[in-house]
Design a protein around this ligand. Structure first.
Ligand code: ARG
Length: 456
């Protein structure tokens, strides 16, 4: 039975009830729904809107429902219209008339907007530690690989030497910003819609500060229409979650490349790899691929939410019931991805010799060779040109800048001397990159420590 009997002479069509009902996906908010109702009931009691006796019965009844749902003694009715209906009707079935006084000065519109915010707030609070954990693993690996030389790439072409730790800390920075975005969104979301009623507040003498405070909100929202009719917080969170997936997906893509025989920079632990049903030699990075693939779901959730919201009139429209599946799916997906991704990374074997080998090819010290000439007084543009000629000569001779004889260097520019070889050694190239944000090993170690200290 829905809550809205009285005006209707017929029951809702059963299939339409399934279509209209949100119980399948909003029942996960039972805890928030009951907590919100308890705060509301306590306020009605404190304001003398409900008697002390009824208030006591409502609060005890709600606590009993919460306990029974948690213990499994009470099951949620899959035919209820939504979680709000289920809780209120169960309460009335258990405590009688006092239960009918719970909904005084409240609508499901401010109720659902409150539940949404409470639920998503706790989702943020459990996702942020997952991101911190990932960053902690990145910092540990970065500390261990502050001297592991690898090629840095642009256009997926070998570009300049870096260390593996520096590459990993780039992701740590991205995930730190992701935490910041969740915290920002959480802060904006943390205002209480209770008291907005259906759309126009209420004529009862309610205390909105009291309910807001009891539920841990920073305060009540200031416009009743806005309180019940925006879901911008869902969209902001979905955008923040989408960015997390962009970062995870890029990282996953690199891990997939690094696992290939063409790179072989890392090897994933057997516990985080899969095999092929036909090719006995295969070890596949399915987990990383799935993380990359699941980014599509989260972007879809964001697009869905934007589209739901873009054309609906103020205040509440039923379209907004669609907020839940999208934002819940986005949180579930990101959380699941992190649950698999972080230990995959934590157990990954790094193969420094292969990174070093890759760094030795591809002339990634060419910039340093040009910088050597700048150090000898040549303008950079001329130094660049000379080095370009030397690279062309190496390619022609099938050698590298490290192995090219000094006379070949001197034939191009007589500023070259014996100390050139030290200047272009990869260890030297990396160790000289000491400016803030650059990959010198001591920088990487210090940055890893700084980032860990930020996590608190
Ligand atoms: N199940 C609804 C939702 O999720 C609750 C609000 C119902 N309000 C209404 N006016 N029909 O949005």
């Amino acid at each position: 039975m829905p809550l809205w009997t009285g005006r209707f002479s017929k029951d809702i069509d059963p299939k339409t009830n399934d279509f209209n009902s949100s119980i399948k996906f909003d029942s996960r908010m039972f805890q928030e729904d009951i907590t919100g109702s308890m705060a509301h009931a306590a306020m009605l009691g404190a304001q003398g809107i409900n008697s002390a006796e009824d208030t006591e019965a409502i609060l005890t009844g709600l606590q009993g429902i919460l306990d029974d749902l948690n213990s499994g003694a009470l099951e949620i009715d899959p035919n209820a219209e939504d979680i709000h209906t289920f809780v209120e009707q169960t309460l009335t079935a258990r405590i009688g008339n006092a239960g009918k006084r719970l909904h005084t000065s409240r609508s499901r519109n401010d109720q659902v907007a409150t539940d949404d915010r409470l639920y998503l707030r706790s989702q943020c609070d459990s996702l942020i530690p997952q991101l911190s954990q990932l960053i902690t693993v990145l910092c540990r690996l970065a500390g261990e690989h502050s001297e592991t030389i690898m090629p840095g790439y642009t256009h997926l072409q070998r570009a300049q030497p870096i260390v593996f730790g520096h590459h990993l800390l780039a992701y740590a920075e991205m995930f730190l910003r992701d935490i910041g975005r969740l915290q920002d969104a959480r802060k904006r979301m943390n205002v209480c819609p209770l008291g907005s009623g259906a759309l126009a507040g209420t004529t009862y003498d309610i205390d909105r500060e009291m309910t807001a405070k009891a539920l841990g909100f920073d305060g009540p929202c200031h416009n009743s229409l806005d309180g019940v009719s925006d879901r911008d917080f869902c969209i902001e969170l979905a955008a923040a979650l989408s960015l997390i997936m962009v970062h995870l997906s890029r990282f996953a893509e690199e891990i997939i490349l690094w696992c290939s025989w063409e790179f072989k920079f890392v090897e994933l632990d057997d516990a985080f790899s899969t095999g092929s049903s036909i090719m006995p030699q295969k070890k596949n990075p399915d987990i990383a691929e799935l993380v990359r693939g699941k980014s599509g779901r989260v972007f879809g959730d964001l697009m869905g939410l934007l589209t739901v919201m873009k054309g609906i009139s103020l205040a509440y429209d039923k379209d907004m019931q669609e907020d839940k599946e999208a934002i819940f799916d986005a949180f579930d997906t990101v959380s699941m991805c992190l649950t698999a991704f972080t230990p995959m990374l934590d157990t990954m074997k790094v193969l420094p010799e292969n990174m070093r080998k890759a760094a030795a090819g591809g002339f990634i010290n060419a910039t340093d060779c040009a910088d050597y000439l700048v150090g000898k007084g040549l303008p950079f543009r001329d130094a660049y040109k000379c080095t370009g000629q030397l690279v062309a000569l190496c390619i022609e001779k099938g050698t590298t800048l490290e192995d090219l004889p000094l006379e070949d260097y001197r034939a191009v520019c007589d500023l070259f001397e014996d100390d050139l070889y030290e200047a272009i050694s990869l260890e030297h190239c990396v160790s000289q990159r000491t400016c803030l944000g650059a990959p010198a090993p001591e920088n990487v170690r210090a940055e890893a420590e700084r980032i860990v200290s930020l996590l608190g």
